[in-house]
Design a binder for this molecule. Structure first.
Ligand SMILES: [Zn+2]
Length: 159
């Protein structure tokens, strides 16, 4: 008899996305993404951070003022797409904890990703999210809210 308490594919990949988000140095927002093909093989992951060579210690993480993080940070979804390094993403699924912004939606559409699975939609009323949903819908990218009967998964480093 096989185990019954194994995790679903959705739980697995959203879990990977959330785990990736824990690499983010952003003090306010940590977002992770995981891209998966039709065989449920992980193609790439990403989290929000600065580009290569742009030090987390030298660049600003603040949200207000003249020099903010917004000029420099690469969002999790775009990082995951770029980290795929040219792999074919046509028909792939993207798991991300926060609903993608309009800029990431453009990259998602152009890369051929067919479905976005998201955990929460905190900025649903923002212009960026409204524009994102409009473009994703026009391009035929399915968007689905993650559901699970579990509230959490835990990872132990000690057995
Ligand atoms: Zn974005």
């Amino acid at each position: 008899m096989k185990r019954k308490d194994y995790i679903s594919w959705d739980e697995y990949f959203m879990g990977v996305a959330i785990l990736a988000s824990k690499r983010s140095k952003d003090p306010n927002t940590q977002v992770g993404a995981c891209i998966v093909d039709n065989n449920n093989i992980i193609l790439s992951t990403g989290y929000n951070g600065f580009p290569f060579g742009c030090s987390d210690d030298d660049y600003p993480w603040c949200r207000d003022g003249e020099d903010t993080k917004y000029s420099y940070v690469v969002h999790a979804e775009l990082n995951a797409i770029l980290n795929a390094r040219g792999k074919n993403l046509k028909g792939a699924r993207l798991y991300v904890d926060l609903f993608p912004c309009n800029e990431c939606a453009k990259a998602i559409i152009q890369s051929g990703i067919a479905e976005v699975v998201y955990l929460y939609d905190k900025y649903a009323d923002s212009a960026a999210t409204v524009a994102s949903k409009r473009m994703l819908q026009s391009a035929g990218v399915a968007c689905r809210k993650f559901t699970s009967d579990k509230k959490s998964l835990s990872i132990d480093f000690e057995k």
